[in-house]
Design a protein around this ligand. Sequence first.
Ligand SMILES: *[C@@H]1O[C@H](CO)[C@@H](O)[C@H](O)[C@H]1NC(C)=O
Length: 262
Amino acid sequence: MFDSNPFIFKAVCLLILLRSFDAQEKKCLGREPQELEDGCTIIETKPLVFKGTQSEAVIRTKVEKIHEIHAGLEIIETDYENFDFLNKTLRVLRNPEGAAITIRKNTKLKRLGFWALSTLEAKKDGPIIIIDKDPFAQIADKEGDALRDLKHLEFVSRIGVDPENQCPQKFAEVIRYKEEVPFHNYWVLFLILGVVLLIFAIGMLVWYQRTKKAVKAKKAESAQSKDLEKKADGADNGIGDGVPEKAGSMQVKVAAEDPKNK
Ligand SMILES: *[C@@H]1O[C@H](CO)[C@@H](O)[C@H](O)[C@H]1NC(C)=O
């Protein structure tokens, strides 16, 4: 049959060849590794995001065949110490939309394994790698291995770039925890100010109450003293209330007339 029509034979061969070529690559939309289908080889459109604590074994089987990432890689809030999932397999890592690698708020990250990488590219006017509020930045300052991993990545990102280039693309952008400190300080300041104001207000209130009381007391005192005067007057008039007036006057008379009293 094929002998009679060599054109169809060639076409069928080409088709089979193309299919087998296609079968070698499996393109997947980027997401978290545990949600990927099995056997992905190229990640595109969205970043591949390693996030939180997931089963390492599952992740390893999901990413073992990936050798190209076309939309960036993120390592976020994990507790991996040694990120080596793609160490020997990943050849191309690029992201035309932003940083190629974003590292954010991991707790223990100390090593970045991308030894097989030969292409590392990010958006032209941004950094290749972002380290955002991640202790990895401090570790890379102190520990040789972490620094070497970064240097290797930097080296790969400079491949093919003109060494004479006066302003090469920024390699790493580090966002430190410090940014939150001023906010913290403001808080303390506001708190102190608030407490001072409160104490002042309470002081004012106490003072006001006291002066009010004092004024009242004074008023009451003066009123009382008037009362007292009145009362005293009343008392004078009525000396010996209940003592008959006659008796009183008689006593006075008696006293006056008593010659012994002289
Ligand atoms: C990546 O693989 C190389 C070569 O096997 C090894 O020396 C290196 O320590 C690995 N990196 C990490 C982070 O595991």
